[in-house]
Design a protein around this ligand. Sequence first.
Ligand code: MSP
Length: 511
Amino acid sequence: MPGRFFITTPIYYVNADPHVGHAYTTIMADVIARHHRQRGDEVFFLTGTDEHGAKIARAAEDAGRTPKDHADELSGRFREMGRVLGASNDFFIRTTDEQHKAVVQELIVRMHEKGDIYKGSYGGWYCTSCEAFYNEGDLAEGRTCPTHRREVEWIEEENWFFRLSAYRDRLLAHYDAVPAFVRPKSRMNEARSMVEMGLDDLSMSRAQVEWGVTVPWDPAHTVYVWVDALFNYYTALTYADPGTDLVDRLWPPTLQLMAKDILKFHAVIWPSLLMSADLPLPERLFVHGYVLKGGERLSKTTGNIVDPFPYIERYGLDALRYYLCREIRFGDDGTFTDEGFHQRYTTELANDFGNLLSRTTKMIERYRDGVVPADPGGDADLANEALAAREQVLAHFDRDDVTGAVEAAWAWVRRLNRLVEEREPWTLAKDDARAGELDQALFSLANGLRIAAILLWPVIPQSCEAVFSALGEPVDGVLLAGAAWDAGTPGARVTPPEPLFPRIEVDEVTA
Ligand code: MSP
């Protein structure tokens, strides 16, 4: 049943350039969004940038420019990253948007009026890279942040507090009522124990930080950057489509993606803010792992980054999208390596998929003048296997198992490669008495490839569109309903394409 599907990525900090870690979340969200469009769902895919707070103000100062100029420049680079990655997001939010700021103010006024916000004073160890306070006991050696291993600073001031502690029981009740609120399960358990261990109220304004949203009833304060940022998921819907209130149609989010570093903000603080503002909670959060290089998480702060753009230039966009989906099991950490990238490109994309298309179209051209034969109807078993592949892909997506979905689609590609070897169309072509068998083999290969391209389209859209045109099928035919055995275009004419994934020599890679 088609429905509504609202998916989000975290909004990225504009303190430094985007890297493969950010690209990863955006690509995974895009794959899921595209899959849901194929189901016929009304999809809304939101991403953007997180631009306020001390971290950004400092990055701007280091760069010798105003926070706004700095944010404009860096936000532009994240937007450009999305474009280069083929991200099909419906909106790109910036927390410096006036409309966003106004709605954040409305929401916190609502929370204040309800009695959930009070004035207090607080002293704690603050990590600007995390934009978060730590208790003494949570600090790493040498009084450093446990995540960034950077020095923390003691911050003591009078500010506004959100009664987070008051939401403890309601949070636990929600976790009980909706066990899949956070996936994977291990992350749900982690969130639950954070809450069970007890929650401090949240310092939600800062007097010392000017670069932020003004607290409406106390203009000497700005809103804590995480409160400002989390609300983006809601505020975006109020102005993404001028003249239409998308909140009514789309709220709450169906699926929110993030890495485990920001689990507490999303699984504990975010639902509490929403309960306080009397808004329905997201259906679920999916917490993925880290993209690692040399055993370390990619991060600007640790100086360990991989730039996605050179891989796209060398291997093409689809190669990067495929590699990330396939290599890093969604939910687990995974290591990005040049060798692994090259290997999957060559053996899977170029050999399994690209060669299959080129052999199939060439044989249809040579033996049948380029026209896909009509289905002689003798491959009922294979038709069932195709149907099973589609069902598996759907089932994996329902469990947020993007890697499993790609594996299931790839098993079908490999099945078609075996079909070529089993049927040997080149042998059939030598014997006129076997023309019917040759028709069947060629039809099944072309049709099987058409179905493979539908299943893989969310992951490698450009290549799959090239497959559709090589097979003489409409390029916009990507609905999953089309992945049925009898849904192809009768009498389609093939055009052998340029190689989908041209050979790339290793020395070019290491150069
Ligand atoms: N601005 C906050 C999020 C606010 S959301 C209301 C923030 N920004 S960030 O720029 O640090 O981005 C963090 C997110 O980027 C992670 O949660 C994850 O989605 C993605 N990743 C950044 N580095 C990553 C890896 N090395 N591996 C996987 N994902 C990574 O936190």
